[in-house]
Design a protein around this ligand. Sequence first.
Ligand SMILES: [Zn+2]
Length: 428
Amino acid sequence: MKDDGNKIADQAGVARPRRLLLCLDGVPYKMIEAAKERGLFSFFGAPSRLLSPFPTMTNVALSTMLGATAPPGYESLYFDSASREVRGGVRKYLGRRTPDKLPSSYMDQLDYQEPLPFEFLVYVAPEAVWRADMRRFRDRFRAAPQTRDFFAFLKGTDGLLHVRGPERLDAALQSLDRILRDIHAWCGAETEIILFSDHGMNLQENQRVHLQTHLRRCGYTVVDRLRDDGDRSVAVPAFGLCGYAALYCADVEAASQIADALVPLEGVDFAIHREDARALAVKGPRGVARIHRRENGRGVLYRYEQLEGDPLQLAPILHELGQDGQLDQYGYAPDEVWYARTGDHIYPDALANLHTSLYGPRVRHTADVLISFRDGYYYGASLFSRVVRLAATHGNALRASTSAFLMSTHRTFTPQVRADAAQPLLKG
Ligand SMILES: [Zn+2]
């Protein structure tokens, strides 16, 4: 039985039109904007930028956007902080999708997702998988009862972009436009189609970061299981080829030293780690800063404290906030003010986004250190990087990966939507 699915079903067709929710994995806002300019998806309203949470990965994004339970880790291979070892991985793909293999409750709400073998095939034969996936989705949707919402997740777009690049995705969007046009004509105004993506993508050739080699050179032991005496040990699960890395180590002190050691490594944009109860350290080649958070009667406030340089390139905005009288005596400004000024910054909504990535519940086993790589760099399993030439990827906190999209045939949303504000729009 579907818990949340039934809640949706109760309202569908009664209080509001029935909905087709269709998520396209990894399609960036920019590409949808361009497709609309070429005349595709003309029956949809203007797209909004949906801000994908850091690290910009599918399970982190969709569980946040749908208000579902947090997945155990950032990917199916993850570090378990209780047993202090790396778990999951390819084993997940063997056999059926049983409840214990579902990383987050949003998967329980899906009426359609690709058959399991596609998850790997998509990186080998992305066009064939995408075509078959789209046909299956269309047939399944047509066969579904028209009295309740339908939620589908098409993953083929992510594979097409990773392996083939933006030109092939444009062709795929053309065929999707035809299918959705048919569905729209067939269902009429009684069905609202909401098309959105989980995260964006940087559309450039990517090279591997030699993270483990660098850590070993700095005197660390890279392990799958952390022991009590292992203060020079670090676990770094390597799976998909993505623009972030999650590191697990002995304690806060070790995390701080590891982040320092990462700064000179080619491809590192910045590393973040927890400092004390509320402060987050940001360390990169452009400097060191702290993000502070506090709450008062009016809401949440953030402060950007530059210790050396300006790792997040926020100095000009901080200066403006001071001139506009938006900073209190301790240098804090309200969350909504930061959001309004930095939503389309190169690190969108950086203070709230990065702070929540280590202090919030995005995953159950939160990393001790998170790295955001520069566009053009990735970390991941060497097995995959031998098979795949990477034409594009996602995972970091930069604008291209953070900018997903959201649009509807019946409504227009605000130009910018935070991931954790998406749930009432999608399911309310
Ligand atoms: Zn994705």
